[in-house]
Design a protein around this ligand. Structure first.
Ligand code: HEC
Length: 173
């Protein structure tokens, strides 16, 4: 009887310890993400949501063809929730669905759970795409042909769904 009691006590103690370790990890996480990003004070854009698991058809859920293509491209890396941020300097153009963005930073699509942000800049009317790590702001874009994080892949999609993305911006459609 005594042994059973001790057994239960040690299980409780173990749970307590694991619980604390988890709690400590949870507390430590936001500190790691404290790296300031240039879009921290930007307002959110319209694009936000969650990338569902592969195979999910988003059309009956109110999604459109380009969103379905986006899900199909990125579902495998399970990116989770995303939010977009728009540079206040171009917010008017964004809201009016203008197609001419000035040189500079345009928008962000942030995937907190996988720790990356997609970035769109403009230069001479043309888009520049990149993928940066939320840890240090450094580029984690891929050079591999056809890789979902290769800026060529970004460019193809943002330019290929006719009239859906204006000025190479897609979230305000
Ligand atoms: C298959 C299509 C597709 C691909 C590939 C794609 N995007 Fe997008 N992108 C979209 C769509 C659609 C949205 C808006 C999502 C929404 O409305 O929820 C978007 C939104 C964005 C936004 C937010 C600003 C805006 O345009 O609304 C940025 C920034 C962005 N994408 C950059 C990138 C980068 C960088 C890559 C490559 C690493 C990339 N995208 C790859 C379709 C795509």
């Amino acid at each position: 009887m005594k042994n059973v009691f001790l057994g239960i006590m040690s299980v409780i103690a173990m749970l307590g310890i694991t619980g604390n370790v988890l709690a400590a990890e949870k507390k430590a996480a936001p500190a790691e993400k404290a790296m300031p990003m240039y879009w921290d004070k930007w307002d959110k854009g319209t694009a936000k949501g969650i990338v569902p698991p592969c195979g999910v058809n988003v059309l009956p859920l109110g999604g459109d063809d380009i969103l379905q293509a986006t899900v199909d491209t990125y579902c495998a890396v399970k990116p989770g929730q995303y939010s977009s941020y728009i540079n206040p300097a171009v917010m008017d153009i964004y809201k009016k669905r203008g197609n001419k963005y000035p040189d500079g930073k345009t928008g962000i699509l942030e995937f907190k759970e996988i720790g990356v942000a997609f970035t769109t800049d403009h230069k001479n009317g043309m888009p520049i795409y990149d993928v940066v790590s939320l840890k240090d702001g450094k580029s984690v874009a891929s050079k591999e042909k056809g890789h979902p994080l290769n800026p060529e892949v970004c460019a193809n999609c943002h330019a290929s769904f006719k009239q859906v993305c204006v000025g190479f911006v897609c979230g305000n459609r």
